[in-house]
Design a protein around this ligand. Structure first.
Ligand SMILES: Cc1cc2nc3c(=O)[nH]c(=O)nc-3n(C[C@H](O)[C@H](O)[C@H](O)COP(=O)(O)O)c2cc1C
Length: 208
């Protein structure tokens, strides 16, 4: 069964990014009823700290050394997470903007799955090479300010360029962003931004 992997990155029950994802998925599932939706909620699933044996395993790989038993066991957790992502034909990431970037849980997940021999490799002559096959990927990014029209009072969106680069590094280049914002402030612009994003997400879902 083909699979869409959905990474939920907001802890909020009233999350705008998750509400956008629900609109997208409702239309997606109508168009492809046979697809499996694999949802990983970064605030419910336990992510291991990236220290100790798992960290040493990464450095062992980089240094071309074999794993100890403890490193192999620790690395297996990252392996399972990377495989869950890399086996999906489609990827959906619904995330808030936090302090101009991404929430730390999403950065934590990226730190766990970005591993040599798993999602990228290093070749002394060719440099870093991605190991994940490209696949259509959608990022729904909700922000308190309006980063859609540029009315963000001079602040910079560092979440989109960071995510684009982190995904590209492991091989995923086919990435689209749908921004939802403003999500705070006066009601009318919030409603207009939500409606516009939901329209775009419904359109996208029909062919994504
Ligand atoms: C810790 C934190 C940091 C935030 N930083 C920003 C920010 O830098 N820029 C912005 O526009 N909104 C910021 N916001 C507002 C959120 O982006 C906004 O509430 C958004 O709707 C959150 O996504 P969600 O509704 O999916 O949870 C921040 C919110 C929190 C809780």
């Amino acid at each position: 069964m083909p699979k869409l992997f959905h990474l939920v990155c907001s802890p909020r029950a009233e999350s705008e990014s998750l509400a956008g994802a629900r609109v997208f998925l409702a239309h997606f599932q109508k168009a492809r009823p046979d697809w499996d939706i694999d949802e990983m909620n970064l605030w419910r699933d336990r992510l291991p700290e990236f220290d100790g044996e798992i960290l040493q395993a990464k450095y062992a790989r980089i240094g071309g050394r074999g794993f100890t038993d403890a490193q192999r066991d620790a690395f297996a957790v990252a392996e399972r997470m990377a495989v869950r992502f890399s086996l999906a034909e489609r990827v959906l990431i619904s995330t808030p903007m936090w302090n101009f970037g991404i929430p730390y849980k999403l950065k934590h997940w990226i730190d766990l799955i970005s591993q040599p021999g798993l999602t990228f490799r290093f070749d002394p002559t060719r440099g870093y090479l991605p190991l994940v096959e490209d696949r259509p990927t959608l990022v729904i990014l909700a922000s308190g300010s309006d980063f859609v029209t540029g009315m963000n009072r001079g602040r910079t969106d560092m979440a989109s360029p960071y995510l684009r680069e982190a995904l590209r590094f492991v091989g995923v280049r086919d990435v689209r962003f749908v921004l939802i914002g403003p999500t705070t402030g006066p009601g009318e612009p919030i409603q207009a931004a939500r409606e516009s994003a939901h329209r775009r997400l419904a359109e996208l879902a029909a062919w994504f």
